[in-house]
Design a protein around this ligand. Structure first.
Ligand code: CTP
Length: 432
């Protein structure tokens, strides 16, 4: 007898996923996805758009998820049923698969005309979208615009893939494979999936409002991600920073009630909702964006800024030519943004936090960096081979200040961010 391998439940056990099933030939694959989710210990609820019924039946979806499938906005008002608001809130993540061009357009515009779009507008959780459509529909400028808008709104995407389509054409537009969607769900669930309300809005009547948030009324500027320093129009110097830690810090500062400006180098992450994100490429752009974003109460330099840039980037693509000699690369120092902000004579943020990514002598190097850069706190982490910090989901850090060193256990980057922001809020409150 053969036994099916146990589904890898890491990150999924006990999680609640709301599947919004759109129409399309690929809708049948969602049954597979729901099966994987259930085997991994997640609970699944499902909403189908009216046209999805042409491709998959509520009965088949219902039997996989072990629950009623919801389709009608108005059938949810009965006493035995839950309301659409509750349906949208009782999930850790909302997953739209397959997402048609029409559904993406309605989402991008905030149009609400069925239960699926109502739930998508009312949810307080992050939304992950797996598009599937004909390649021309996917490549149409209107869809490109809608996708860009949704990404700016913090919506996450998986796929589409390139491949043969039901219509006989070949190209991008196929629904991502169920296992790839499963991985994207697992990834999304690693972070905090709650979408905060704007600062000052609690969603509760004043008598039930929570005590004021720890960074309410504060202004926070965060740098994140790598910088890219051009050598010529097609080549650049960069590094492995994913921006995950910096973005998580910006999100945590926003959740703590601050007005946050995030200055991000080129990353593959969605903009954190509610945060004013300014996208830059080079260290010089990042410095100018930081200058423009100041003053602030708290400055966190989490970006991996390139220390060097080409002295004279070539206007034209550098050609190999016939010579064997490689071209000479002359580099010049980039400004140290953290040191400049910490050393400002007027308008220095009350608290300036830097990062130290080290591969050896972690604490000694971090203490030297604290002094050399003149900041108040250094978050030191070991990025040596095998540490999996650069680009990974977790981090083990030491907080180095003039008072000593505090070592935190390994935790997710979202947890590091939450604790760091709580720590900074306490420091700001105690600083004159
Ligand atoms: N930093 C910065 N501007 C730079 C270089 C670094 O703002 N041009 C900031 C980073 O955002 C980080 C801190 O300085 O908060 C430490 O960066 P790191 O690259 O680890 O240190 P370096 O100053 O480059 O020192 P070294 O290369 O010797 O490790």
């Amino acid at each position: 007898m053969t036994t099916a391998p146990l589904e890898d439940s890491a990150g999924l056990a006990g999680k609640r996923v709301l599947l919004v099933i759109g129409s399309g030939i690929a809708a049948y694959k969602v049954l597979d996805l729901a099966r994987h989710l259930r085997r991994a210990g997640a609970s699944v609820r499902a909403v189908m758009t009216p046209s999805a019924h042409h491709f998959v039946t509520p009965l088949s979806v219902g039997s996989v998820i072990g629950d009623l499938v919801h389709s009608e906005l108005h059938s949810l008002t009965g006493e035995a049923e839950m309301g659409h608001i509750q349906l949208s809130r009782d999930a850790d993540l909302v997953v739209v698969a397959p997402a048609t061009a029409n559904l993406l357009a309605r989402m991008a515009q905030g149009i609400v005309d069925d239960l699926a779009t109502t739930v998508l507008l009312a949810t307080d959780k992050r939304v992950l979208v797996a598009p599937a459509m004909n390649l021309r529909m996917w490549l149409h400028p209107a869809t490109t615009r809608n996708v860009a808008q949704l990404k700016r709104d913090g919506v996450l995407f998986v796929g589409p893939m390139e491949g043969s389509m039901a219509c006989g054409e070949y190209g991008p537009g196929r629904l991502a494979e169920p296992l790839d969607i499963l991985e994207a769900i697992r990834d999304a669930l690693r972070g905090d999936t709650r979408v905060p309300l704007p600062p000052g809005v609690t969603g509760r009547p004043p008598e039930l409002a929570e005590p004021s948030l720890p960074l309410a009324g504060r202004r926070v500027v965060v740098t994140s991600g790598p910088t890219q320093e051009p050598l010529d129009p097609v080549r650049f110097i960069a590094n492995r920073s994913s921006g995950r830690q910096g973005h998580a810090i910006a999100a945590a500062a926003h959740a703590a009630g601050a007005a946050v400006v995030l200055i991000s180098g080129p990353v593959a992450l969605a903009d954190p909702p509610g945060v004013d994100v300014r996208h830059v490429e080079t260290a010089l752009d990042m410095r100018a964006a930081v200058e423009a974003a100041l003053p602030a109460d708290l400055f966190v330099a989490a970006a991996a800024v390139a220390d060097w840039r080409a002295a004279a980037p070539s206007r034209e693509k550098i050609k190999k030519g016939d010579a064997d000699e490689p071209p000479e690369l002359r580099l010049v120092r980039n400004p140290d943004i953290l040191a400049e902000v910490a050393g400002r004579a007027g308008g220095r943020p009350r608290l300036v936090v830097g990062f130290a990514a080290e591969t050896e002598n972690l604490l000694a190097n971090a203490s030297r960096k604290l002094e050399r850069k003149g900041c108040d706190l250094i978050v030191a982490n070991d990025v040596g081979a095998g540490s999996d910090v650069m680009g990974g989901a977790s981090n083990a850090v030491h907080l180095v200040s003039r008072l000593g060193v505090e070592t935190w256990p390994k935790m997710s980057k979202a947890e590091v961010a939450g604790r760091l922001i709580a720590h900074c809020a306490t420091l700001l409150d105690s600083k004159p």
